[in-house]
Design a protein around this ligand. Sequence first.
Ligand code: HEC
Length: 185
Amino acid sequence: MNAKAWTGLALATWVAGCAMAPAPAPVAIVKDGELAIPADYKSWKATLLYIQRPDAKQIREIYVNDIGAGTKPGDMFANGSVSVMEIYAAKAAADGTLEKGADGRLVKGNLAKVFVMGKNAGWGKDPAEQPANGDWVYSAFMPDGKTKAPDPIAACRTCHATNPAIGPSKDYFARYDEFLASLKK
Ligand code: HEC
């Protein structure tokens, strides 16, 4: 076979290879503020509930979808991972003292905000999306889960990226260690 024939064969093989394994369709780009709260997040099994934040007078509850729940310790979250965090006001007495339940925990008051972060291929690359947090994007909503909260998204990025306890080694996921430990149960 001459060189030209070899090239033809190689090309045919390449084309056939492409036909057998079509490239996955690119994921639509979702930017900061565009990521919606998934309607079914309350049914996600991977959770960290009753996170006590007396400093902020809050209780926070984290939900992670099944893709995110497939993460192994030391791994980064896979594309398609989504986490929703509900932020509740902690109930306080008239003098501001935080109430405690019989279990010693803060008592949930009203839902104040719902935050969401999700990652996918090519997300988080808009020049306005700074500081870079890998492929994660962020949105913040009021308790109805639909009305945008006034929280500036740049602040989400700054804290999740530059807080020494979070950052790239935890894949920007603040409760990384605790979350992965919870999955082993
Ligand atoms: C000052 C730091 C800070 C800022 C600002 C911040 N976060 Fe977080 N975030 C945290 C911490 C810490 C946690 C873990 C829960 C806790 O301890 O309160 C967390 C948890 C989360 C989680 C659950 C997954 C995880 O990382 O553990 C989501 C989702 C989230 N934040 C989204 C947001 C969004 C959206 C914004 C902006 C509107 C935001 N965060 C702003 C520090 C921050």
